[in-house]
Design a protein around this ligand. Structure first.
Ligand SMILES: NC(=O)NCCC[C@H](N)C(=O)O
Length: 288
């Protein structure tokens, strides 16, 4: 039986590799500016970085399912967290807030159905929802961010699919500088154990901070100067065993002081340029 949280040992996860996401120089030329990447990723380096990350994940005992290439995808398809959610009833297929990413949900869901995954439900227009705006706390509680990518109607449909056994806490997110930029719930929080989460404290609402603290969750606070560099975006592969981007020394030291075993990866091409850290690059499917 899978665990529904963001920290138990990951057994199976989906990823889309650098080649199948970024495809070729023509797709990079077509997409990078329109999608507001900070600069144009280098294809060969991106492929290498993603392969190195997959190697690290496999070394942690994670089985990886590869999502396919498709003509309807953009560069953002490397961030597989966002198109689908997992739930005890099966996959939840998102209607993504960023319109250019909408084909990802169907493509990823069909690929996973071929591996035997069931679909529990689908978010439909005018509802929008993205995976980066959702975290499981435990079987019975979860949080969803209301912001540019996930709207009230999407949250209502999500609550209906999850059912009344799940206490779904809605978190208001601040607006990003540009309406197309990404600011997900997971930009400000990553749970790393039953009682520990990495957070950017200034952007947690008081109600959300209280709700987490009522559940016994303590915070590792990301300092201001590491927040925009994706300091909050930390993937737990097992309780207190995490993978994060390199060059975040203060957040790393704070995680270690809280008893975490921290692994780092190089993500100049696959993370920094497109604003997607290790949680965005991965869609855990089964945790034990
Ligand atoms: N979960 C995440 O935070 N995903 C990052 C998505 C970045 C991508 N460039 C986007 O704007 O959708």
């Amino acid at each position: 039986m899978s665990k529904f949280n963001e920290y138990s040992q990951i057994e199976v996860m989906a990823v889309r590799n650098g080649q199948d996401s970024f495809k070729d120089e023509a797709r990079l030329d077509r997409d990078w500016e329109v999608l507001r990447f900070h600069s144009r990723p280098m294809l060969d380096e991106a492929i290498k970085e993603h392969a190195a990350l997959r190697y690290q994940l496999r070394n942690q005992g994670v089985k990886l399912l590869s999502l396919p290439a498709d003509e309807d995808l953009t560069l953002d398809s490397i961030y597989v967290r966002d198109a689908l959610l997992v739930s005890p009833k099966g996959l939840i297929v998102c209607n993504m807030g960023r319109k250019s990413r909408r084909p990802e949900a169907r493509i990823n869901a069909e690929a996973l159905q071929k591996h035997g995954y069931q679909v529990a439900g689908e978010i439909t227009a005018p509802g929008t929802l993205e995976g980066g705006d959702f975290i499981w706390i435990d079987e019975r509680s979860a949080a969803v961010g209301r912001g540019p990518r996930t709207n009230d109607e999407g949250i209502k449909q999500l609550a209906d699919i999850l059912g009344k056994d799940v206490d779904l806490h809605v978190v208001d997110l601040p607006s990003p500088d540009h309406p197309d930029d990404v600011l997900h719930l997971m930009s400000i929080i990553s749970p790393v154990d039953k009682d520990l989460a990495v957070v950017y404290r200034p952007w947690l609402t008081e109600a959300f901070a209280d709700w987490l603290q009522d559940r016994g969750i303590l915070f590792v606070e990301v300092p201001d100067d590491e927040f925009l560099a994706m300091g909050c975006n930390v993937l737990a592969v097992a309780p207190r065993k995490v993978i994060m981007l390199d060059e975040l020394p203060r957040t790393k030291a704070r995680l270690e002081a809280a008893g975490c075993d921290v692994m780092i990866y190089k993500g100049d091409e696959i993370s920094r340029k497109g604003e997607g850290g290790p949680t965005c690059l991965t869609r855990p499917l089964l945790r034990r």
